[in-house]
Design a protein. Sequence first.
Length: 304
Amino acid sequence: MTSLVIGTRGSALALWQAEHTKAKLEAQGCTVRLEIVKTQGDKILDVPLAQIGGKGLFVKEIEEALASFRCDLAVHSMKDVPADLMPGLALVAFSAREDPRDVLCARDGLTLATLPKGAHVGTSSVRRVAQLKAQRSDLKISPLRGNVDTRLRKLAAGEYDAIVLAAAGLIRLGREAAITERLELVPAIGQGILAFETRADDAATIELVRRALHDEETAVCADAERAFLARLEGGCQTPMACHAKIVGDTVDAEGLVATLDGSLILRAHWSGPRSGGGAAVGRALAEELVRQGAAEILGTSPTM
C-alpha cells in the first residue's frame, strides 16, 4: 500500500483542503498523514502582506519540506503560489475550481452600493483595494489579516462595517451564510483552485495525485492565469488580476492591472482555442496589457 505525507499550513481552511485531499487519496487505497508546516505568512500577522515583501509567503517553507523529503505532496491555495517554483518541484494537478468570486460580508446585510459613505472595509489584498476604490472612492479600507474565523469575528465585533473574502474559502468552511454580496471584481490568479505540488521526479506520486485529484478543464485555466502572472512578474505588492474560463472550445481570459488607489485601471480580454493551451492565451492577454501601459504601473505601484 502506498503511503504519502501531505505538507499543509495549519489554518482551518488549509486543514480542510488537506483533509479533502487526504480523503480523495485514501479512496485510491493510499495511507496518508498530514505534516503541518508554519510559513512566514502564518508567523507575521500584524503587517499587511504587501508590506512584508517577497513572494511565496505561504508556500516557501512547505516547498522546503517537499525538497527535503519531509513530505511527498503539498496542497496550496493556488492564488498563494508564485510564478517560480523551487527547483526540482512541480505543480502536477489542479482541483475542480470552487466559486472564484470575491464576496462582501457586511453587518446589517449591506451591499457595496448600500454601505454608508466612509464605511470601514477590511482587506489586505491590494487587488481588492484598487477595484473597490474604483467603485467607491469614499470607503475607508484598512488591512485585515488572520484566518477566516478571526476576520469574521472582527466584523461581528464592529471593527469593520464590512470585509472582503474569497467565496471559495467560506463555502469550504461552511460559512457561506456570512456572504451578503458576491462582488463583480476580477478575481485573484488561481482563486478557488487547489494546486498540488510534488517533487518533479516522483513519478509514482504524480500518477496517483493526478488520478485522484486532477481536473483538466481547471488545469487549462490555471495555465492561462499562471502564464499571465509569469509574464507580468507580479506579486502581492501589485494590484493585478486574471481569470480564465472555458467556453466551448475556447479559453476566455480577463486581466487587470491597476494603481493602488484605483484611479487608473487597465483591463483586457483575450480568447484563443483550447487546443492551443491556456498558457498562450495568458501570455497574449499580458502582452495586451503591456501595450496599454501595464509595465509603467507595475514598476511604480505603491504598496499598502
